[in-house]
Design a protein around this ligand. Structure first.
Ligand SMILES: [Zn+2]
Length: 174
């Protein structure tokens, strides 16, 4: 089964043009501090909406997650392979997701309502190779973390190395 991915072509040309223009103009002015702020507030808003995703963003939700993780790993210094111009575009997209008005720094042109989902789809399309590379790194990180877990001798639940007891409340060993 192939995963359905939102494409910029799914959006009407006006929305698409607005999204592309907003991303490009914003990315030109992004500073490192803006990337840090986009990462923090992006993560916060994502978590807040996770249990009640806006329907307009449902299709791009996983992609949005990847974009937020990408700038998060860039800011923390865990993954710095991504070129700056790519980081700026990702941060611009996240900034628009965070808020269409409130959190947008003054230098950013307000182009009216820009479709967040169209921006994410555009971002994923033009940055496909960089994002694929990041995703491969992220998956390897997660696999390594998973591999370093051991299992509870009693219930079989995975527990992180260094943690002696199982945290499963139903487990006798807990
Ligand atoms: Zn257990």
């Amino acid at each position: 089964m192939s995963k359905q991915v939102a494409s910029p072509d799914d959006f009407d040309p006006k929305k698409r043009a607005e999204a592309e223009e907003a991303v490009k103009q914003t990315a030109e002015h992004i500073s490192r501090e803006d990337v840090g702020e986009a990462s923090r507030s992006g993560e916060e808003k994502f978590r807040k909406l996770e249990d009640d995703k806006p329907s307009a963003l449902e299709e791009v939700w996983e992609d949005l997650k990847t974009l937020i993780e990408l700038i998060g790993d860039y800011v923390s210094g865990d993954y710095t392979e991504t070129p700056w111009n790519v980081i700026a575009i990702v941060a611009a997209t996240v900034i628009y997701f965070v808020s269409p008005i409130d959190a947008i720094p003054d230098f950013i042109p307000i182009l009216g309502f820009v479709d967040d989902a169209a921006m994410v789809a555009f971002c994923m399309k033009i940055l496909r190779d960089d994002i694929r590379k990041y995703r491969a790194w992220k998956d390897a990180q997660e696999a390594a973390r998973e591999a370093s877990r051991t299992r509870c001798g009693s219930c079989g639940e995975k527990i992180p190395v260094g943690q002696e007891k199982c945290s499963n409340p139903k487990c006798a060993a807990a």
